[in-house]
Design a binder for this molecule. Structure first.
Ligand code: G6P
Length: 493
């Protein structure tokens, strides 16, 4: 680990997120005995922040769930992690089923998630769920206050915790620095004002000293929301400063990166023989090319749109049948919410249709992998696939795109990336860009990727890798904590 911001000594950072980085589960072994297994939840936030916390030490407060989580912590819900080499403290916060339904499956993921991704048809604003969201934010705030010392830096993550900053602020002295990183997009004011709780959400977030978004457009949208919807707020667009209630909040873009060196090392360690084994296991001919998609099964990821583009390609240009298989690694997500069940059904229906329409005895056009893959298998998939398709309809950043790039140590893979993902701002000029809503252009982009000459592949891949390494997770952290230092009036010594 490199040095992090000057003013931070160990143990001063308190990270607060809904999702925890390590999850414990009971599993029955062959003899019917139950053992405890640990796994890593899917999703950019925890994958990105765990290496950060391993450098910062400190405390990470997150929702812990179920029996095995409880049995692996001490009485107060504390656990040292990561399990193999403890670096920081995970403080689990216990939530009841009703809390989880109202706050997580309810307001967070039926109101805020679709609202921020402009999926207005999926939004539900339920006042009871809102009450539970606020109540759970109160629980998080109380837990934070228990851990807070004079020089704490309290760092909230994402849309599950919009009310908590103001709740903490109103009960602690001004010495503590509170910042928030919002990992998903912030919508334009015309969309955000449709949310009945818009004012409370904004006021909750204005309890922060600093709010970070991935790209400047989300900052701009947020500032416009505050200016339009919060009374007596003064907004300065150039500096990103907001004055409200006698306090100041700064809004700034910090595009997140990945742990590029670690990913590079991991994919270097995956032998080609493993790739052949993978192909055998999934019935892929050894010379077949592979086009890859890796997503949580979420309606924002543009998976049906991607499959329709592939279907269009195979229908209109039959010469590509049998040339490559599309492998979709799709992890089940938020399945208790009807919009997610519908998405899963829709994806399965389209895959079945494509396979029935074009498949033959020795070629299956699309393969869906639903199970969790070990980290090195995923690295192998990234490294050896010929093309990756990342086509969200809207995405705060999308770290899969950057992970794919960081894995391209042979410089021969091609990335097709949606113009509507935050990461397009950084990678856009070296990828094949696509508007996922435009099926024909999307199919053309896939064809361009699979026919790209080797020299161009290498050239683009090198440029992309340079960008991803120069803007990795360490750079992100430095950038953010340098700003924290400046705002605390601490230029570092
Ligand atoms: C997105 C969100 C994260 C979330 C992740 C996985 O990346 O920004 O906050 O953790 O999705 O979703 P889940 O609901 O399983 O935590």
């Amino acid at each position: 680990g490199s040095e992090i911001a000057t003013s931070l000594s160990n143990d001063t950072v308190i990270v607060v997120s809904n999702r925890q980085p390590y999850r414990h589960r009971y599993q029955q072994n062959g003899e019917g005995e139950s053992t405890i297994t640990v796994d890593r939840p899917t999703g950019g936030l925890t994958a990105g922040l765990d290496p950060v916390m391993q450098r910062l030490n400190g405390t990470w407060i997150a929702w812990g769930d179920g029996g095995a989580d409880r049995d692996t912590t001490d009485e107060d819900g504390k656990l040292s992690v990561p399990p193999e080499d403890p670096q920081y403290t995970l403080q689990r916060l216990w939530l009841s089923d009703s809390d989880v339904n109202g706050y997580y499956y309810g307001y967070s993921n039926r109101a805020l998630w679709p609202l921020c991704h402009l999926a207005m048809g999926n939004t539900e604003f339920d006042s009871e769920q809102w009450r539970q969201y606020r109540a759970v934010n109160r629980k998080f705030a109380d837990q934070v206050l228990e851990h807070t010392t004079d020089d704490s830096v309290i760092w909230f993550q994402d849309y599950h915790l919009a009310c908590a900053p103001q709740l903490v602020r109103s009960q602690c002295s001004s010495d503590q620095f509170i910042l928030h990183f919002w990992h998903i997009p912030w919508p334009p004011v015309d969309a955000f004002r449709a949310c009945p709780q818009h004012q409370e959400l904004l006021e909750g977030l204005l309890g922060n000293d600093l709010i970070g978004f991935h790209v400047s457009q989300y900052c701009q949208n947020f500032l416009e929301c505050v200016e339009t919807l919060v009374e007596h707020a003064d907004v300065d667009y150039d500096s990103g400063r907001i004055c409200h209630g006698g306090r100041e909040t700064v809004v700034k873009a910090f595009p997140m990166g990945v742990d590029a060196d670690t990913i590079k090392r991991q994919s270097t360690n995956v032998p080609e023989s493993m790739w052949q084994e993978f192909k055998n296991e999934f019935g892929l001919a050894s010379d077949l090319r592979v086009v890859l998609g890796v997503d949580r099964l979420d309606y924002t990821k543009g998976i049906p749109e991607r499959l329709q583009a592939l279907e269009h390609l195979w229908a209109e240009r039959p010469e590509w049948r049998g040339d490559f298989t599309y492998v979709q690694k799709g992890s089940e997500s938020r399945s208790e919410i009807p919009a997610y069940q519908q998405l899963q059904d829709r994806v399965s229906t389209i895959i079945d249709r494509i396979n029935a329409r074009f498949g033959s005895d020795d070629w299956q056009p699309v393969i869906m992998i639903g199970e969790k893959l070990p980290r090195d298998t995923l690295c192998g998939l990234y490294r050896y696939s010929d093309v990756a398709l990342v086509s969200p309809l809207r995405d705060g950043m999308n770290l899969v795109a950057q992970e794919y790039v960081a894995s391209q140590i042979d410089d021969d893979g091609v990335l097709v990336l949606s113009e509507l993902a935050g990461s397009h701002e950084r990678l856009g000029d070296a990828v094949i860009s696509v508007n996922p809503y435009d099926t024909e252009a999307h199919a053309d982009a896939i064809e361009q990727a699979i026919t790209m000459p080797e020299a161009e592949r290498r050239h683009r891949s090198r440029r992309l890798r340079r960008k991803v390494h120069n803007n990795d997770i360490n750079a992100w952290l430095h950038d953010m904590f340098d700003t924290v230092d400046q705002l605390r009036g601490n230029t570092g010594s």
